[in-house]
Design a protein around this ligand. Structure first.
Ligand SMILES: [Zn+2]
Length: 446
């Protein structure tokens, strides 16, 4: 008989409403049963006080950008000046130092209630572009880091081959490039999926992969039924350069080369024409919004409402990790729209939670996570309802309280695959997460 663990949830999010008194039976890392109307904890049950939601999915991450926090807030500039600072940090990373940094960053994510991360990974090779003895040493470092931090990872190994349309990689970008999409595919095919690990593909952007090689990456993902992500129209300069080179928008270029589709997610989708939005929607291509990064980098506000109406499922990512807080990402998407339109209520708290959980997991290829129902992976996050930020509202309003007032600091417990990763606000396997972050980032300084 497999062992069954029972959790008693004071309040639980069951997809469209908050239910008091729910017992979850977990067997072999999956939810075996969901029992409602359980007023008191059954004997032997683990008691989770607060509001338990499915684990949150961080659908877009560059782990090493966490080392830039604070330092990039000094002075002025644009996305492009920020990128120069980011490249200097990238130059210093080795497989060992990247492991140490990513382990701490993924532990920070777990503390924020994140149970799965989509790592958009392009820092492949040693400085100058020489492959490591294991050409996937950097990707393996990220996988090992996620496993130690107790978080599921979809390694979105990223093809990054050019500096711009028709331009060879610059000296920073040599570390990113495999030379051709064929060589990218060869290397990535050696990465193995394992428990808690999925391997997906990414196209850095239409700037970074020549048009005649886009379909090679798309085909690799298609053959494996793997997720495929792509930075899309984050900057107007990208749109202009794409127009100059190909006479079409980045979205149209991707569509013409077979990149769009239900397993594809466009990240940002900020500066889109109406035709672009229709194309993304009609192909069921997903949209990953990264509102805290988009505002931090002065990118603009993407047309998330129009994209979703057109048929594009929405997910959320902390991208540059200016902050790591999926609840903040969720409310920022709604609050951005309020500022733009002077109207409130574009999404309900339920819809925002769905983007942060079920739809985010689906974008990362975890179709069996992100819901509290029998058969789903036992990944869940408990948000305290008795802190200075969350105390007050009646429990029925737990979803609204969680999405519009709670922060990562209110996450109390996190379970991934039936294993406790965060207990009483502390990470179980990386107990001094702040110290681990400080040490890993200090090691990258001059
Ligand atoms: Zn990104």
């Amino acid at each position: 008989m497999p062992l069954t663990t029972t959790y008693w949830l004071e309040h639980a999010w069951l997809g469209s409403y908050a239910e008091p008194g729910v017992a979850l039976d977990v067997t072999d890392g999956r939810i075996a049963a969901v029992r409602t109307g359980v007023d008191a904890p059954p004997p032997g049950a683990t008691v989770l006080r607060g509001f338990t939601v499915p684990g949150l999915a961080n659908a877009h991450s560059h782990a090493f950008h966490r080392a830039l926090r604070g330092t990039v807030q000094v002075g002025s500039g644009t996305f492009w000046t920020w990128r120069e600072v980011m490249y200097t940090v990238a130059q210093r990373l080795t497989p060992d130092s990247y492991f140490a940094l990513a382990r701490a960053v993924y532990a920070e994510m777990a503390l924020a209630g994140i149970t799965a991360v989509g790592e958009f990974h392009y820092l492949h090779h040693a400085p100058g572009g020489t492959p490591y003895d294991d050409p996937n040493a950097m990707g393996e470092a990220l996988i090992a880091a996620a496993r130690e931090a107790g978080v599921r990872i979809t390694l979105l190994d990223t093809a990054y081959l050019s500096a711009g349309f028709g331009a060879a990689p610059d000296h920073h970008q040599l570390r990113f490039s495999d030379g051709t999409a064929e060589k990218w595919a060869e290397r990535v095919s050696d990465l193995k999926e394992r428990d808690g690990v999925r391997v997906g593909a990414a196209i850095h952007s239409v700037r970074a992969v020549p048009a005649d090689q886009l379909s090679t990456v798309a085909r690799w993902a298609e053959e494996r039924r793997a997720p495929l992500h792509v930075h899309l129209s984050e900057q107007t300069a990208e749109n202009e350069a794409c127009h100059a080179a190909h006479g079409v928008t980045p979205t149209r270029l991707l569509a013409d080369h077979g990149v769009l589709g239900p397993r594809t997610t466009g990240v940002h989708n900020t500066h889109m024409t109406e035709a672009d939005i229709a194309l993304v929607g009609s192909t069921s291509t997903g949209t990953c919004m990264c509102p805290t990064t988009e505002r931090d980098l002065a990118d603009g506000i993407g047309p998330a409402v129009a994209l979703q109406k057109a048929g594009s499922p929405l997910s959320l990512g902390s991208d540059s990790h200016a902050v790591i807080d999926l609840l903040e990402e969720a409310r920022a998407m709604e609050l951005n729209e309020r500022l733009r339109t002077h109207i409130r209520g574009h999404w309900t708290a339920a819809a925002l939670l769905r983007a942060a959980s079920a739809d985010g997991h689906a974008a990362l290829g975890w179709n069996d996570a992100g819901t509290l129902e029998p058969g789903a992976l036992a990944d869940f996050t408990t948000i305290a309802l008795d802190t200075v930020r969350t105390a007050g509202p009646v429990p029925r309003l737990a979803p609204e309280t969680a999405v519009f007032a709670a922060s990562a600091a209110d996450v109390r417990h996190v379970v991934v695959g039936g294993r406790t990763v965060v207990r009483d606000g502390a990470h179980v396997s990386v107990p001094d997460t702040a110290g681990a972050l400080a040490a890993a980032i200090a090691a990258l300084r001059d």
